[in-house]
Design a protein around this ligand. Structure first.
Ligand code: BV8
Ligand code: ZN
Length: 260
């Protein structure tokens, strides 16, 4: 597509000249790996389950088996998924320019594509821990029969607590270290690529505005607009698995040309 390569070349020139790039990703980053987004289309996680209800400490208190069964189904889905060319493009660009990844996602697809030091604002699906003493726990062997609605009793810890997913639920505070690193990245970068987020969940959604006020050029890569027009400098109406590889190719060409 002509405009995809034109946008990619223009943005690559800016990235080649940047000191530091920040990628802020949301559920749309994992969509082309087959993982349902939270609000997208008819397959969004919200449509079948209301994560506003399930992804909360209250739900865990009231019906831990439903919550645990839902996360077990999501863990199986992530294990079966593969990073796509967009995840790989981010890892490739990070080997060429100073690029940090801050994600709202709890899957491990950025890491499996080769990104290192990924900041997980909302925790990590597979970082299981006891809800009482915090001891890390291993996931029990995957179940073959469970469906998304299958209840499953969560494992118990030696202290009597229950094993929970290592994610940040609605109403829970973000990990201080992760939030601190995200704010530092946002305040120190020249270009922000906001990929696949509807910009609804706070405080993560405040990061692009913070970066822009600190002087960064903010690009949103998303087929739909997630952020207000005054919060982004460029809305690249494309998908993560198409736009990011085109950008990585354009960046390589830019850097090759610059090095003569
Ligand atoms: C907190 C882990 C302090 C769990 C998640 C009223 C107003 C404002 C804020 C609040 C409010 N009431 C409550 C709050 C605070 C609340 C919040 O923001 N609520 C929202 C819903 C209104 N936030 C919190 O509670 C946070 N904590 O504030 O702490 C505190 C402390 C104590 C007491 C009170 C407050 C904690 C939030 C973390 C919640 N946990 N995940 C789990 O995964 O189960 S959030 C969850 O939704 C995901 O992690 C994800 O990050 C998040 C947002 O979703 P998106 O990533 O944006 O995905 P979405 O589906 O929405 O959009 C997908 C986008 O991708 C779309 O734009 C689509 O167009 C695009 N797309 C689709 N396909 C593609 C694509 N883009 C590119 N390529 C494609 N192929
Ligand atoms: Zn314990």
């Amino acid at each position: 597509m002509h405009d995809r390569s034109v946008i990619a070349a223009t943005l690559a020139a800016r990235i080649a000249a940047a000191r530091r790039v920040l990628v802020l990703s949301g559920a749309g980053m994992s969509a082309e790996s087959g993982i349902a987004t939270f609000r997208g289309g008819d397959h969004g996680l919200w449509t079948r389950f209301d994560p506003q209800t399930l992804a909360t400490p209250e739900a865990w208190q009231v019906d831990a088996s439903l919550v645990w069964g839902w996360y077990r189904w999501r863990m199986a889905g992530v294990r079966d998924a593969q990073p796509h060319a967009g995840h790989c493009a981010i890892a490739a660009m990070a080997s060429r320019v100073a690029l940090a990844v801050v994600t709202q996602n709890v899957d491990d697809l950025h890491e499996r594509a080769g990104s290192v030091d990924v900041v997980h604002l909302h925790g990590e699906l597979f970082a299981l821990r006891c809800d009482r003493c915090g001891t890390r726990a291993d996931e029990p062997p995957p179940r073959t029969d469970a469906g998304a609605t299958e209840r499953e009793t969560p494992p118990t810890c030696a202290c009597g607590g229950r094993v929970r997913p290592g994610v940040v639920w609605f109403g829970e505070s973000l990990p201080e270290a992760a939030w601190g690193r995200a704010v530092a990245h946002a305040g120190a970068c020249d270009v922000v690529l906001v990929v696949g987020t509807s910009g609804l969940v706070q405080p993560a959604a405040s990061l692009p505005g913070l970066a822009r006020r600190a002087g960064a050029f903010v690009v949103e890569i998303n087929p739909q607009p997630g952020f207000r027009a005054d919060e982004v400098d460029l809305h690249w109406r494309d998908t993560a698995a198409h736009a990011l590889p085109a950008l990585a190719v354009a960046l390589d060409a830019q850097l090759a040309e610059a090095s003569g």
